[in-house]
Design a protein around this ligand. Structure first.
Ligand SMILES: Cc1cc2nc3c(=O)[nH]c(=O)nc-3n(C[C@H](O)[C@H](O)[C@H](O)COP(=O)(O)OP(=O)(O)OC[C@H]3O[C@@H](n4cnc5c(N)ncnc54)[C@H](O)[C@@H]3O)c2cc1C
Ligand SMILES: NC(=O)c1ccc[n+]([C@@H]2O[C@H](COP(=O)([O-])OP(=O)(O)OC[C@H]3O[C@@H](n4cnc5c(N)ncnc54)[C@H](OP(=O)(O)O)[C@@H]3O)[C@@H](O)[C@H]2O)c1
Length: 249
């Protein structure tokens, strides 16, 4: 189906580290559900090149915000990272995607596992009341290479201030040691060793947990295998399960 595009204007930008960026976009997007993505596009040569990006802002927040890393060989991100305030771009007229609370089963603990920029989608969801109404505790885990890639610390601190012991944020670093603030190693290795559950003081089980997995496809595949071995299954509308996924790359 042909995409319907609307024009957006850059009203804010942030360069977090050498290859990590956020863009704030003013555009008349229709309503969306936290966890959904928009397509963002630029006209490059004769072509309009668009890619999906999760919204970081909550549905009642404006401007729209996306968070991305530059893929040096990619067609879009090196150009997106070069934009300035007041520059124009295209966004899809509607948001899409099913990585939302509509596909999450209420249990005691909601685990949100992210690699890299997948953090953003969870911030949108966590800024809405629904997950807090449906879960006793929420554990947000971000896997990144370096501490400089742990963005949005102010938003995370606000969530901690607002929800106290109901909210746990765990960062895990793979290419730097910061023993005071972060675990060391990949999410998968820490999950397999039981270190994540220990750090969160919560057990991952079919009875108590729903998990959301987002980001790197290899991480998702490996975590799925670990969960299936524990008796947790992918959620389907027709058959309620224990985890939902969204793959970025
Ligand atoms: C539903 C959905 C939501 C997404 N939301 C986000 C988001 O919020 N933030 C975000 O940064 N990206 C997100 N992505 C990825 C994004 O759409 C682009 O693929 C990415 O920004 C690279 O764009 P590109 O045109 O420069 O390169 P592409 O042509 O898209 O990709 C070039 C190569 O880089 C790989 N690649 C794509 N994304 C990454 C990445 N993040 N890190 C490393 N390698 C990558 C691809 O697999 C491909 O091999 C999302 C993807 C999907 C499917
Ligand atoms: N120029 C730079 O300095 C720089 C810096 C960062 C990223 N990049 C580029 O940006 C792109 C995205 O990098 P990114 O770091 O945001 O995303 P990423 O490659 O998906 O890595 C994010 C985190 O996920 C981990 N990870 C990767 N595969 C995993 C798996 N199978 N299971 C569990 N965890 C896994 C990584 O650990 P590992 O470290 O063990 O892979 C890292 O901690 C890449 O193309 C990269 O080359 C460039």
């Amino acid at each position: 189906m042909k995409e319907d595009w609307i024009e957006g204007r850059i009203v804010g930008l942030r360069h977090w580290s050498d290859n990590l960026y956020s863009l704030k976009i003013d555009a008349p997007l229709s309503s969306f559900t936290a966890g959904q993505y928009i397509k963002v596009a630029l006209d490059i040569g004769e072509e309009r090149i668009g890619r999906p990006y999760s919204l970081v802002n909550a549905p009642d927040e404006r401007p729209l915000e996306i968070y991305f890393n530059e893929v040096p060989e990619g067609p879009l991100t090196p150009r997106l990272s070069d934009l300035h305030t007041d520059d124009r771009l295209w966004i899809s007229a509607k948001a899409g995607g099913v990585f939302t609370m509509d596909n999450v089963v209420s249990r005691r603990h909601l685990w949100m596992l992210a690699t890299g920029t997948a953090l953003g989608v969870y911030l949108s969801i966590l800024k809405t009341p629904e997950p807090w109404e449906r879960f006793e505790r929420i554990i947000l885990v971000q896997g990144a290479r370096h501490s400089g890639e742990l963005a949005y610390q102010d938003t995370i601190a606000n969530l901690s201030d607002g929800y106290g012991e109901r909210f746990t944020f765990i960062s895990t670093l793979t290419r730097e040691q910061q023993a005071d603030t972060s675990l060391q190693g990949r999410i998968t290795a820490l999950l397999e060793a039981g270190t994540l559950e220990q750090a969160a003081n919560a057990e991952i089980s079919a009875a108590d947990s729903h998990l959301m997995l987002c980001g790197n496809s290899a991480m998702i595949k490996e975590v799925r295998a670990l969960l299936e071995a524990k008796g947790l299954h992918r959620h389907k509308r027709t058959q309620p399960g224990h985890y939902t996924t969204e793959q970025y790359h």
